[in-house]
Design a protein. Sequence first.
Length: 440
Amino acid sequence: MQFRRLLPHFLKVLAIAVLPVLHPVTTLAATPDKPNILFLFTDDMRADCIGALGHPVVKTPNIDKLVKRGMTFDNAFCLGANIGAVCTPSRNMLLSGRTYFRWKGQPLAPADGPNLPVAMKAAGYETWHLGKKGNTATNIQATFEHNNYIYDDQEERRNGEPGRDYVDGAIKFLTQERDKTRPFFMYLAFGNPHDPRVAAEPYLKLYDRDAIPLPENYAPQHPWNIGSNTVRDELLAPFPRTPDVVRQHLHDYYAVISCLDGHIGRLLAQLKLLELEENTIIIFSSDHGLGMGSHGLLGKQNVYDDGFRAPLIFAGPGIPQGRTKALCYLMDIMPTICDLAGATKPQGMDALSLTPVINGKEDSVRDALFLSYTDTQRAIREERWKLIRFPQIDKTQLFDLSDDPGEVNDLATQPEQAERVEAMMKKLASLQKEVGDDAP
């Protein structure tokens, strides 16, 4: 009889003793001072397509509110890609904090390496993901406690209300499914404004197609083959790209962005209604940019700023208001989230936390960025200067971004820039080794 009375206690002690062996990641109890984290991650959204950041046409009133009450990183970049679907390595670097070169030619990061959802769960967070099914970090996303997909993301993009289904899922989690005893980490990975772009008539009417200004660096066609001229994105319109064709693409693009912004507004309103706004840090970003007529290109398979630069905004408790020119990679978001959440940062990351910049202790955590696309493009991007290499055709470009942010006036062959080109080439080679790129 005594043994029977003690048996439940014995089993409980045994379970506690065995648990670390079965599951080595310790889950900590949530504390009241931990903020919720809502990470809004879009697809193919250029960094300049936000009204509050100075775009003359695009209407984004809800994202504008995040800009006005948060910190914007003007120089956030996707590091690069080893395949044409830049989304895939970008999202895998984001959730692993490692460069894609560490995966030895594979498009996906392994789940047993540095892993953001595992780190957040260990810090006491309830982890939730909803995103598109294709071209994502499926290995790591499988470790979210709630891992959900929009399986037919093509249909979602064509239903006239892109972003609606994603936000509906997020609101359902907030109102019906979350564990209210724990803070949440929500990763809402949209499939918009990626093509196909179909917005309902009210969003299209926000813009006069014929009056949409062309990009300042618009060109009908890139002057040479940069190694991606025949990828899927570049086949969406024939060469040369006429102003009318580019305006049509921009019209659809801006309409989808405004539609997406409206649905993001619904989610932000729900946070306020649930009295979660004051204790929720919101991060808004995208996996890369998009050509949309710049340099004669439509896609993201290029290392120009239009292709690889992405919006990055942090807003919420403890985040100061303002803008910074600090250089950073999108993968730097991972250790930053860990710091903001009080989570232990995983070992082995290439990413660096941006909290010293957010807290005003440092102007930047990087003095230069390395950018790459397959084996056809390499670049080094500093705050003022940018050098691009096309190694397969032995072509070099140099731009002074302070005078030429559109990267139009190539200075590489000017004699007075020879010393600068040589120095930046050496620094490019050094950064290649640093990120694990063994290409010649």
